[in-house]
Design a protein around this ligand. Structure first.
Ligand code: HEM
Length: 126
């Protein structure tokens, strides 16, 4: 059940980020950015909260194995990097500008979260 909760969280996070990214990249131009961003980022944060809570609970069941797992360490470092990227995106008020940097930072965000997802699946194989 923890893995199910984890994957629901991952789906909410990535699905909503991709929706916002599509809008910032110019798709669905009729949709107003600010309300769409409020909704999609709210759901993405909820998804991350669910993934983090279930992930930390799974971690608590086997901490020493996971702390010795290089892929788990890489996954945590990538999550920290994704948080810095999000801080940069919002710190420069990208949603008010929608310029090339905003598009690039959202692209980097999606790549980082996809790599986090890949590491999550990979943990069990090393
Ligand atoms: C603080 C945040 C997180 C922690 C502590 C955490 C921890 C974990 C742990 C302990 C596992 C089980 C590994 C195993 O035994 O095979 C796992 C699996 C996984 N995680 Fe995370 N995780 C977090 C966030 C995320 C995020 C944000 C994503 C995706 C963007 C993600 C994607 C995955 C995936 C795809 C799996 C494999 C699930 C499966 O095979 O059923 N995790 N995570």
């Amino acid at each position: 059940m923890l893995e199910v909760a984890h994957l629901v969280g991952v789906a909410l996070l990535l699905g909503n980020l991709l929706l916002l990214e599509a809008r910032v990249w110019g798709l669905g131009a009729a949709l107003p950015v600010q309300p769409l961003a409020r909704l999609s980022l709210g759901l993405a944060v909820l998804g991350f909260g669910l993934a983090a809570a279930s992930g930390l609970t799974m971690f608590a069941t086997m901490p020493s194995e996971l702390l010795g797992n290089r892929v788990f360490t890489a996954k945590m470092a990538l999550i920290a990097l994704a948080a810095c990227n999000a801080g940069w995106f919002h710190g420069r008020r990208s949603l008010q500008r929608l310029d090339g940097t905003a598009r690039a930072l959202l692209g980097v965000s999606t790549l980082l979260w996809l790599t986090v997802l890949t590491c999550g699946r990979w943990i069990g194989y090393v």
